[in-house]
Design a binder for this molecule. Structure first.
Ligand SMILES: Cc1cc2nc3c(=O)[nH]c(=O)nc-3n(C[C@H](O)[C@H](O)[C@H](O)COP(=O)(O)OP(=O)(O)OC[C@H]3O[C@@H](n4cnc5c(N)ncnc54)[C@H](O)[C@@H]3O)c2cc1C
Length: 273
């Protein structure tokens, strides 16, 4: 996500709310946020967190087209901590004011993003790298022409993306959805015009969602599948859909939202070192 159509925005926390046992919803605002745009669906963006004791994350020159190289050259103990999140909702009022909701799945208070969200207070500031055009590379849910049904699997981290996808789907398209969450009270309404069947599974690992999909009858003859969640689970589900169900691999979008045992810093280092 470098260069156009993305840019950096400094934002601050307007308010926070606990959503079920497993999430904190942080609502961001700020004068700059009005330029931020969402293409809907699973629109992702980068956020940069300050280290303890910093008021704002330490960032490279925001106008540098190669900001990533410049960010990587900064001391990891000082530079903004980069994480990937999803637009849960972007609301704009008039020409100036915008609010961005982000749902943080909680998985510990000593890790950077989950810990930051749990402690966030109105006025706390951070930097986001987000889209400035609706058609942007931070949207991955792109069903090919001819898709006659949709199949979605997700865990808690991908639940915000699923909410955006279901809100975007056309009327009456059959969509089967499996969502694995750690707590029963994290179930929520997922409004959609599509013909959705949502199955909630309570668990924190590989088996419930994989077993549920294995046992399911899938709708349509040219389905499009979107898989988001823990990396190993995502890979196993994709393997099942390609090898055992014969779904065209080009009609599957799969994204590891996190990897057990690795922080996002470890994952960035894996691909760039
Ligand atoms: C495209 C995309 C969109 C995403 N959108 C969202 C979103 O909207 N909301 C959201 O909550 N997350 C989202 N994520 C996932 C989020 O980026 C990761 O969970 C991230 O690792 C959280 O950063 P952290 O600083 O809390 O933990 P890290 O410092 O990255 O990791 C610390 C430890 O926690 C483990 N860990 C990370 N996530 C989890 C988890 N969920 N459960 C259990 N252990 C975990 C890691 O394996 C590691 O051992 C998204 C990821 C991607 C790729």
């Amino acid at each position: 996500m470098s260069g156009l159509p993305f840019r950096f925005f400094t934002v601050h926390v307007l308010r926070t709310a606990r959503v079920g046992a497993g999430f904190v919803r942080v609502t961001f605002g700020g004068a700059e946020l009005h330029g931020f745009v969402s293409g809907g669906r699973d629109q992702r963006f980068k956020l940069f967190l300050p280290h303890p004791g910093q008021d704002l994350p330490v960032m490279p020159d925001p106008s540098d087209p190669d900001w990533f190289t410049a960010w990587r050259a900064l001391d990891p103990a000082v530079r903004g901590i980069m994480r990937t999140y999803t637009v849960r909702e972007l609301r704009k009022a008039g020409q100036r004011s915008a609010e961005l909701d982000v749902d943080f799945a909680l998985h510990g208070d000593t890790v950077p993003a989950s810990g930051w969200a749990q402690a966030a207070r109105p006025g706390d500031r951070l930097v986001i790298l987000g889209a400035v055009e609706e058609d942007n590379g931070g949207v991955d849910f792109r069903p090919p022409p001819g898709t006659d049904s949709v199949l979605i699997t997700a865990d808690a981290t991908a639940l915000p993306a699923v909410a955006g996808i279901l809100a975007w789907l056309p009327a009456d398209l059959p969509a089967k959805v499996w969502i694995e969450i750690p707590h029963a009270d994290d179930r929520r309404e997922l409004p959609s015009r599509a013909d959705t069947v949502v199955t909630w599974l309570i668990g924190d690992g590989a088996t419930p969602v994989l077993e549920a999909v294995r046992a399911a009858e899938l709708p349509g003859s040219t389905p499009y599948a979107w898989i988001g969640g823990e990396s190993a689970v995502v890979k196993a589900l994709r393997r099942h859909l390609v090898s055992e169900r014969g779904i065209d691999r080009r009609a599957i979008t799969f994204t590891g939202y996190w990897k057990r045992g690795s922080s996002e810093d470890d994952l960035i280092a894996e691909v760039t070192d």
